[in-house]
Design a protein around this ligand. Structure first.
Ligand SMILES: C[S@@+](CC[C@H](N)C(=O)[O-])C[C@H]1O[C@@H](n2cnc3c(N)ncnc32)[C@H](O)[C@@H]1O
Length: 366
């Protein structure tokens, strides 16, 4: 059901053309900051029309780079052509070969040629659903900027597998501060780039739920493999964290509704409590909403504030990405917004939340 609904909502908007795609892949160095393999593969794809033609099948709004590489990784993890020579470059599969090795070009293009149909089907049907456990630390910092005792309702838009809905079940070290259950099997660590104290007081969370175009069922091994495939091959600790969190969350069966935020939120408005504040959280989600639909996405969230006090906490690429990137060398901003007031930017952060840098004076902007 999730797949068909998402297809209905995004297929009518523009997909990237071949030239856009080549440009996007040529920026791989900047995108795949912790993956030398994907940095190298990006250059290989940017220069190869046949590989670009596979990536061209991705749905509008989706990042073709992440999607193509996740599709290849997924096939490798599924044992395609075992053991294919390509696996020798993937640390997630025990590979140790240097990505600068010239042989990689032909091995990668051969693999994609052999599996062209399977790759095309994955790229056309799957979504970038990377669930980054570490981003739960940003949710904590955002919640700490909300002056409410709670209980509040927590609604995650773009919840994927619902990993962040259990954020307070994880032991979280931010700078020198440790928060959360001491015995948690999920342990997050984020560098705090500031002499300012880490804010720790957050509202009590009442009920919690998520929505997603295609909620990931963490009890389903195929779905879990797709989540795993989305983790860049070198990021083994990130994958171990995801595995631990996925085990914990699967046992809790989080409530995640299927649908596009722009159309589902107005229906949900009828059922969400009106006697307690609502906190909407979205991370790395708006960036996947096609440009043409972002105003509707924002408006659907904003309209939830008509019947209750609303706060929006987001970790997204800001609209002035180029300036933000020039200033911080990174594309994510943590913002908080009360009702219809202008959003306040709280911090710059690495997309995988290895570090967060609070702004001394929170500035306007999402
Ligand atoms: C990159 S993942 C991020 C997941 C999670 N927020 C995190 O940070 O770990 C983006 C998620 O947003 C979902 N998504 C994208 N557009 C959406 C929309 N219009 N409505 C609901 N979910 C959406 C995708 O299906 C995907 O699961």
């Amino acid at each position: 059901m999730g797949q068909s609904l998402s297809a209905m909502t995004v297929d009518h908007v523009r997909r990237p053309d071949r030239r856009d795609l080549a440009r996007r892949f040529s920026h791989g160095e900047r995108e795949f900051t912790s993956s030398p393999l994907y940095q190298r593969l990006s250059g290989i794809v940017a220069a190869d029309d046949r590989l670009l033609a596979i990536a061209e099948h991705c749905r509008a709004g989706q990042q073709p780079t992440n999607l193509l590489f996740a599709a290849v990784h997924y096939l490798l993890l599924s044992g395609a052509g075992t053991p294919p020579p390509l696996a020798a470059w993937y640390p997630s599969l025990g590979g140790t070969r240097d990505p600068r090795d010239p042989a990689l070009t032909s091995v990668f293009t051969d693999f994609c040629g052999t599996h062209e149909a399977a790759l095309t089907a994955l790229v056309a049907s799957r979504l970038v659903q990377t669930n980054v456990v570490q981003r739960s630390a940003a949710l904590r910092i955002g919640l700490a900027a909300i002056d409410e005792p709670g209980p509040v309702t927590l609604l995650e838009v773009g919840a994927s597998g619902g990993i962040h809905l259990a954020f307070d079940a994880y032991r979280c070290r931010i700078g020198d501060i440790e928060i959360g259950p001491t015995g948690s099997p999920v342990r997050i660590r984020t560098e705090w780039r500031s002499p300012l104290p880490v804010p720790t007081r957050i509202p009590e969370i009442g009920d919690r739920l998520g929505i997603d175009l295609h909620p990931i069922d963490l009890t389903d091994p195929t779905e879990r493999r797709w989540l795993r495939a989305l983790v860049w091959p070198e990021n083994l600790p990130q994958y171990e964290l995801l595995r631990a969190a996925a085990d914990l969350v699967a046992a809790r069966s989080p409530r995640i509704l299927v649908g596009d935020a722009a159309t589902l939120l107005p229906q949900l408005d009828e059922t969400l409590p009106t006697d307690r504040p609502l906190v909407v959280w979205h991370a790395a989600t708006r960036v996947h909403v096609p440009q043409e639909r972002r105003a509707a996405f924002d408006a659907a969230i904003g309209a939830l504030g008509r019947r209750r006090r609303l706060y929006t906490v987001s970790l997204e690429a800001p609209d002035d990405t180029a300036q933000w990137y020039a200033r911080y060398g990174i594309s994510y901003a943590l913002s908080v917004r009360a009702g219809a007031e202008p959003a306040r930017r709280l911090a710059a952060a690495d997309g995988h939340l290895t570090w967060i840098e609070p702004l001394p004076e929170p500035g306007a902007g999402t």
